[in-house]
Design a protein around this ligand. Structure first.
Ligand SMILES: [Zn+2]
Length: 137
């Protein structure tokens, strides 16, 4: 039997980002060599632990409801501080964060790779008080 090693960088991984106050990830399925485009699916990375409850249970792996792709999830190491600072913002549409060089952010000219300090500064520019979480950064 021949065992083929797949280089780690060639294994698709879903990259977590925050969109409108929710951790989500785009389907990491690569385009097919047959010309099939990327999937385009997006999934919430937290699911409700009870029917009609809040999305409070963190997924262990990515599962695309569009194409069935499964993969690991690349979470930032500071997931909690990012969300705490974003949740200070009163308007949910403004609670967004993308990891560095995320293709969605790059394509749409959005900020990416912001630190928690960057997010706090952005908050304060818009009059959102970060005093309660200042020690988190
Ligand atoms: Zn998919």
């Amino acid at each position: 039997m021949t065992v083929y090693e797949i280089p780690a960088e060639a294994i698709p991984v879903a990259r977590a980002y925050v969109y409108h106050g929710e951790w989500v990830a785009d389907c990491p399925r690569p385009p097919g060599s047959d010309g099939r485009p990327v999937c385009g699916g997006v999934e919430f990375l937290f699911t409700p632990s009870r029917m009609n409850g809040p999305r409070d249970r963190r997924r262990d792996f990515y599962l695309c409801s569009n194409c069935g792709m499964q993969s690991g999830i690349d979470w930032p190491g500071n997931e909690l501080p990012i969300m705490v600072v974003l949740m200070l913002r009163p308007v949910p549409d403004t609670r967004n964060w993308y990891p560095r060089d995320h293709p969605v952010a790059v394509n749409f000219g959005l900020e990416h790779g912001q630190t928690v300090v960057d997010l706090m500064e952005e908050n304060e520019i818009h009059g959102v008080d970060c005093t309660p979480v200042r020690g988190m950064a």
